[in-house]
Ligand binder design. Structure first.
Ligand SMILES: Cc1ncc(C[n+]2csc(CCOP(=O)(O)OP(=O)(O)O)c2C)c(N)n1
Length: 301
């Protein structure tokens, strides 16, 4: 069993923490690569990956203790992307973080690629869990957190859930167990974009928002510490993660308020972009919008 020396590989970025501007820049680059990869593959999800981008960038570049050169370190922090259909966002962040070549993103969803439509931990180093069947990620997260405690390892386990996903009953069995064992080394993050795969019936005939209200209240009812944040604001995400790690009497749920399809005007808030491939013209427009965001960011920096 390899355990990193304290203060060596157990730093998020191998040096000083990135600035909020650097994190924003990485988010823009991540969104660019997501759109390009889905276009190249001719398949994949857009809405969920763009929704979870800032959370993943924040965790991998600012928060988690890891070393891309040693993906199996016993005391690395664990991340489970339970909403596995957002895999391209995770692959992109892993690539930018140094786990795999960025050029490999062009193989997304191809036969024999390590980057399958849903994450497969048996073929891609750096993945802590295979996911895709929704509702199952929090359970292994609970197991990892219990395992860390039993083995005296200092790692933290992060599990990202979709708000549509939490309709699955297994999530609540895991929530019950996480609180029962007082797992303060476990944090669940709900990517609360309020839009699942399909619209929901509504008397207005237009409203597509999910009726899953107040996920934080539900986790609190199971005994979890609950924090809310803006899931697209790196300062807000950082503060919520700080609050999660500072809580020592049980697991924390971060409810991250997000926008499905965030960052690209025509996909934002539209459930029809849940799993839609951008055409060449749409890709061009998306990349132009992201370029404009980067220019604005540099102007403010
Ligand atoms: C058990 C299971 N049922 C259905 C699906 C099909 N499915 C894939 S994504 C999705 C919607 C997920 O919505 P949400 O969790 O809100 O994710 P996001 O909006 O962030 O994409 C569904 C129903 C699945 N992958 N697993």
């Amino acid at each position: 069993m390899t355990v990193a020396e304290p203060g060596s590989a157990r730093t998020a970025a191998g040096g000083p923490r990135p600035s909020l501007t650097e994190l924003q820049r990485t988010s823009i680059e991540t969104r660019r690569l997501i759109m390009q990869s889905i276009h190249t593959a001719g398949a994949g999800h857009v809405g969920g990956p763009l929704s979870v981008t800032d959370l993943l960038v924040n965790l991998y570049f600012d928060r988690m203790h890891l070393d891309p050169a040693q993906p199996d370190l016993a005391d690395r922090d664990r991340l489970i992307l339970s909403k596995g259909h957002s895999s391209i966002a995770l692959y992109t962040v892993l690539a930018l973080r140094g786990y795999l070549p960025v050029s490999e993103l062009a193989t997304f969803d191809a036969a024999n690629s390590r980057l399958q439509g849903h994450p497969d931990m048996t073929i891609l180093p750096g993945l802590d869990m295979s996911t895709g069947s929704l509702g199952q990620g929090l359970s292994p997260g609970v197991g990892m957190a219990i395992g860390a405690r039993m083995r005296g390892l200092p790692f933290h386990t992060w599990v990202i859930l979709g708000d549509g996903e939490i309709q699955e009953g297994q999530v609540w069995e895991a929530a019950f167990t996480g609180a029962r064992y007082g797992l303060s080394n476990l944090t669940a993050i709900v990517d609360y974009n309020k839009l699942p795969q399909y619209g929901w019936p509504h008397e207005s005939g237009h409203t597509r928002e999910t009726p899953i209200e107040d996920p934080g209240g539900k986790f609190a009812a199971f005994g979890w510490h609950v924090v809310e944040c803006d899931g697209h604001d790196h300062g807000s995400i950082r503060a919520a993660c700080d609050a999660a790690l500072a809580h020592t009497h049980g697991p924390t749920c971060i409810v991250a308020h997000t926008i499905k399809g965030k960052g690209i005007s025509f996909s934002e808030g539209d459930y029809l972009w849940h799993a839609k491939v951008p055409s060449a013209a749409e890709l061009e427009r998306a990349l132009a919008e992201l370029d404009a965001q980067e220019i604005a960011l540099e102007g403010r920096a």
